[in-house]
Each structure stands twice: as structure tokens, then as C-alpha cells.
Design a protein around this ligand. Structure first.
Ligand SMILES: *[C@@H]1O[C@H](CO)[C@@H](O)[C@H](O)[C@H]1NC(C)=O
Ligand SMILES: *[C@@H]1O[C@H](CO)[C@@H](O)[C@H](O)[C@H]1NC(C)=O
Length: 319
């Protein structure tokens, strides 16, 4: 434990210099400093590796790749950001939202998703009962401020935002903006990530429209999607962001769209799965797996219903 060593070191220095009670006064202000000292939170942004991982292992997501690489680089290289980085991931299931989150963590913290400083909340697990929203709100605030005073470079991931009770997430509003200085300046180095399927339909429609207009999907720009996504989650009663101040006050820095995956992308997923299992890459197996999957819309059959989510299980079946 890096933290322990620092702590012990400080105390030893402290006691040899100023014995007794004064030492308490002296040592405690340093508590939050441990973390800002380079490696103390096991925070180690490997930005080149992150970029490489997103290029090599994430298929069909040019927007997510561009937005994430530039926003994470800008944010982590700034030692005094003015506000935390707030990202919201949207898209159909199986398009890579959780996978990309784990790649981000892998390249930001020594222990990746398992890091002590990466906090993941799943509504059905952490906040199951609608009747206890008030309690959950208090808990959330206490946890976030507690965790941020232990380490300013903490990450908070809110999974399955579609299943979050509306209103609950607004409890953390004050942590997301610029202006409040209620928790010192520490909270400005945090990263918040929201994940949901909401907005997926809007994204799919835009991609379909590009296809119908015979335009390349890589030509889709963030601006083509951002306002539609934000409107969709704000107006959707089944979204944790329904009527949320977080959307209203524009506290989300980037809505990151995950586009629906086509035959070509699913093939790449199968190929990569075979490669990582050390299997011989056989085209007939790839074709069989892809053909066993469902594609929509009804007529065009362009996009995989489950993205790449079921590729691994279907591969087992085809072998
Ligand atoms: C940090 O957050 C976790 C939930 O992820 C919580 O259990 C823990 O008590 C928090 N730590 C502090 C110091 O508040
Ligand atoms: C997205 O928003 C634009 C206007 O901002 C609108 O014309 C378009 O129909 C919307 N697309 C979807 C799929 O909602």
C-alpha cells in the first residue's frame, strides 16, 4: 500500500521534528496531499496505450474513440481542472459501452476496474427501492465526498442509468459543476461516467439515415447526435435523467454515442474473439456465427440486435 508508506513516513518525520500534540495539527492537513503526490492513488494515465486499445479493440465507434481520447488527454494532463470530467455513454446494448469503460480504467489506474479509486454503482444493486430515495441520496453524497477527500483522482461510474429512479442522480449535481467550492478543490479532478441504453433509438435512426443517403458512417459528427441524445434522455420517463437538472444545467461535458454494429463489425468481433482464444481463424466459422445473429430493421437487416454481446457464446456453439 503506497498510501501507508507515505503516511508512516510523514508521521516519522513529524515526530522527530515536533513531538506531541502539535504533530496532529501538523500532519492532518497533509492527508489530502498524499493523493496528489503522483502515484499515491495508483493513478497512472497511459494515454498512448489508451489510444491504441481503443483503435485495436473497439469496432465501429469512431465518435466514441475521438471524443474519449481528446477529452481524457486534455483532462488528465491538466493539474488544475476547473470542473470534473462528466461523460455520458449512450447506445444500443452490445455496442461496447462497458467494454470501453474497462479499457479506460485499465489505462488510468494500476488496478483497472478493480482499483480502490474506481467506484461503480448499479441501481438494481445499490439503490433497489424507490421508497428509500432520500436515504440513497444522502448515502451517495457522503460516499462521493468521502471518496474524493481520500483521493481526488477518483472515478464514479453509474451503470444502467435507465434503471435509476428519476430524481436520485440529481443528488450529486453539486459535484459536477464549476462554481461550488464546498469540498475544497479536490472534487474537480474526479471523472464521472454515466452509462445507458437511452438515446440508442435516436442514434440508430441517424446511422440508418446516413446509410440511406449513401453517406459513409464515419462522416457522422458528434453534433449530428448530441442534442438528440440529450433531449431523448431528458424526456424519457424510464431514464434516470428524466427531467434532470444535470441535463438542464448542461453539467455533462460529452454525450458519447455508441453506434449500432453492422455485419462487418460483428465479423471483426468474432475474429478477435477467435484470436484471443488462440483458435485458427476460419472464415466459414465467422460467417456461421454472424449468420446466427439477428439484424434490424426488419427490411434492411443492417445492425446487430445485440451488438457483439453474444458473440462469445455463439462461437462456443459453432465450434
Ligand atoms: C466510497 O464509496 C464506497 C461505495 O463505492 C463506499 O462504500 C465507501 O464508504 C466510500 N468511502 C468513503 C470514505 O466514504
Ligand atoms: C435530431 O434532431 C434534428 C433537429 O435538431 C431533427 O431534425 C432530427 O429529426 C432528429 N433525429 C432524430 C432521430 O430524432
Amino acid at each position: 500500500m503506497e498510501l501507508m508508506k507515505w503516511e508512516l513516513g510523514l508521521w516519522l518525520v513529524c515526530f522527530s521534528l515536533v513531538p506531541g500534540l502539535i504533530c496532529w495539527e501538523f500532519a492532518f492537513p497533509f492527508q489530502s496531499m498524499y493523493c496528489q503526490l503522483s502515484d499515491a492513488c495508483a493513478f497512472q494515465a497511459k494515454l498512448d496505450d489508451l489510444e491504441l486499445d481503443l483503435y485495436r479493440h473497439v469496432y465501429g465507434q469512431h465518435l466514441a474513440r475521438e471524443v474519449l481520447v481528446s477529452s481524457i488527454i486534455q483532462f488528465t494532463e491538466n493539474s488544475t481542472p476547473m470542473k470534473p470530467l462528466v461523460l455520458s455513454f449512450h447506445g444500443w446494448s452490445g455496442t461496447g459501452k462497458s467494454y470501453v469503460t474497462s479499457l479506460l480504467m485499465k489505462n488510468l489506474y494500476r488496478d483497472g476496474m478493480k482499483s480502490f479509486y474506481v467506484h461503480q454503482f448499479v441501481p438494481t444493486l445499490h439503490f433497489p427501492h424507490a421508497s428509500q430515495i432520500c436515504l440513497y441520496k444522502e448515502q451517495l453524497k457522503t460516499w462521493i465526498s468521502g471518496n474524493l477527500s481520500a483521493c481526488s483522482r477518483s472515478v464514479f461510474i453509474f451503470d444502467e442509468m435507465d434503471k435509476m429512479h428519476p430524481g436520485l442522480i440529481d443528488a450529486i449535481k453539486s459535484f459536477l459543476g464549476h462554481s461550488h467550492v464546498m469540498y475544497g478543490t479536490n472534487y474537480r479532478k474526479a471523472i464521472f461516467i454515466f452509462i445507458s441504453n437511452a438515446g440508442g433509438d435516436q442514434i440508430n435512426q441517424v446511422v440508418l439515415k446516413f446509410w440511406k443517403d449513401r453517406k459513409d458512417r464515419e462522416e457522422i459528427q458528434l453534433e449530428d447526435l448530441e442534442s438528440n441524445i440529450s433531449r431523448a434522455v431528458f424526456n424519457n420517463k424510464n431514464s434516470g435523467f428524466w427531467n434532470s437538472d444535470i441535463i438542464n444545467e448542461k453539467l455533462i461535458d460529452y454525450f458519447v454515442p455508441f453506434l449500432p454494429l453492422t455485419h462487418k463489425h460483428v465479423k471483426e468481433c468474432v475474429r478477435s474473439e477467435m484470436f484471443s482464444r488462440g483458435l485458427e481463424i476460419r472464415n466459414e466459422v465467422i460467417t456461421e456465427v454472424v449468420n446466427s445473429m439477428n439484424f434490424f430493421p426488419e427490411q434492411e437487416k443492417l445492425f446487430s440486435q445485440t451488438g457483439c454481446k453474444t458473440v462469445s457464446a455463439r462461437l462456443d456453439f459453432s465450434l
